[in-house]
Design a protein around this ligand. Structure first.
Ligand code: ADP
Ligand code: MG
Length: 292
């Protein structure tokens, strides 16, 4: 494309709330074969609610929620906010914590009033040597409902299964249809549970799901999807999306996302949802057509 057509194209994009930080991105976007999407905060609102809480026999729900909320009050994960809000709504006061520790992609731990509390994914419990066998069928059901199951352990005993659900952004299903209409494959990359990810993917028509990806595994996933489908655009919002945004042929950051994601991206979507991805690709194709 000529410099003029690129200027016109990026100007038109800006009117649609799509900011090209790299002029060349407008040209290369038309060559992609797959769009890979981060789940939390990109496809979904990134503001989950607590939906289910089942205490193990011998544990009181209120007591476990109190301990778990105390630990989560120290975490910045969206899941943490959901749990703390639920405790507040039930009028449970936040207890103070000691020796808080977060294990990215796994969960969080702390001591609350002398009791050791761990909260996180099934792989976190496995890492702690706590089998989740008694909750497997509940977890399966929650996953099929598109909810994310978590587990709480108190003093080394499994104490509860907790579910959170993160609503899909209203514009997401339409945007995925539009990407398909442009002839693209659509993939989803998430650290969340496989069953949950697959249930959400089915609802919104995702072609390829890569679940239970650890924070530093997103780059490898982008490389693998590129081998399978060709040039890749990755869309994300979070701190741990930054390396994948840089690795992708085109990185697109959600404008409401973290600064580091925006700084690592070629394109910024000011609308805060996926309509911008569709506009950006459609514009790329139109701009290139114009100069032929
Ligand atoms: P994602 O961005 O897809 O949620 P993360 O790597 O942040 O992926 O988290 C992966 C998983 O680790 C979560 O789905 C959850 O099961 C667990 N986890 C991470 N942080 C917390 C937390 N503060 N409380 C409970 N679980 C957590
Ligand atoms: Mg995210």
């Amino acid at each position: 494309a000529t410099p003029t057509s690129i200027m016109v194209g990026t100007g038109r994009a800006a009117e649609l709330g799509v900011l090209f930080r790299q002029g060349e991105a407008l040209q290369s976007l038309k060559e992609i074969g797959v769009v890979a999407l981060d789940k939390t905060g990109t496809l979904t609102k990134g503001r989950p609610d607590l939906t289910d809480f089942v205490a193990a026999p011998g544990f009181s729900e209120t007591e476990v929620l109190k301990l778990v909320a105390a630990v989560e009050s120290r975490s910045e994960h969206p899941i943490a906010e959901a749990i703390v809000d639920a405790a507040k709504r039930q009028g449970i006061p936040l207890a103070s914590t000691d020796s808080f520790d977060a294990v990215p992609g796994f969960g969080v731990s702390a001591t609350v009033g002398g009791r050791k509390v761990d909260v996180g994914a099934d792989r976190f419990m496995t890492k702690l040597g706590l089998p989740i066998t008694e909750f497997v069928s509940t977890a399966d059901r929650l996953g099929q409902e598109g909810k994310s199951p978590l587990y709480a352990a108190i003093d080394g005993r499994l104490a509860a299964i907790i579910a959170v659900a993160d609503p899909i952004k209203p514009s997401t299903p339409e945007a995925i249809k539009a990407l398909h209409a442009l002839g693209l494959k659509v993939a989803m990359i998430t650290g969340d549970n496989r069953k949950t990810a697959e249930a959400i993917a089915r609802q919104i028509g995702i072609d390829e799901v890569v679940a239970e990806v650890l924070p530093d595994g997103k780059v490898e996933t982008v490389k693998r999807l590129r081998e399978k489908f060709g040039k890749i655009a990755f869309v994300g919002d979070g701190i741990n999306d930054a390396p994948a945004l840089a690795e992708a042929d085109i990185g697109l950051a959600i404008g409401t996302g973290t600064d580091i994601a925006i700084e690592s991206a070629d394109v910024v979507l000011m609308s805060g949802d996926l309509r911008g991805v569709v506009n950006a690709i459609a514009l790329s194709k139109a701009t290139i057509r114009n100069i032929r």
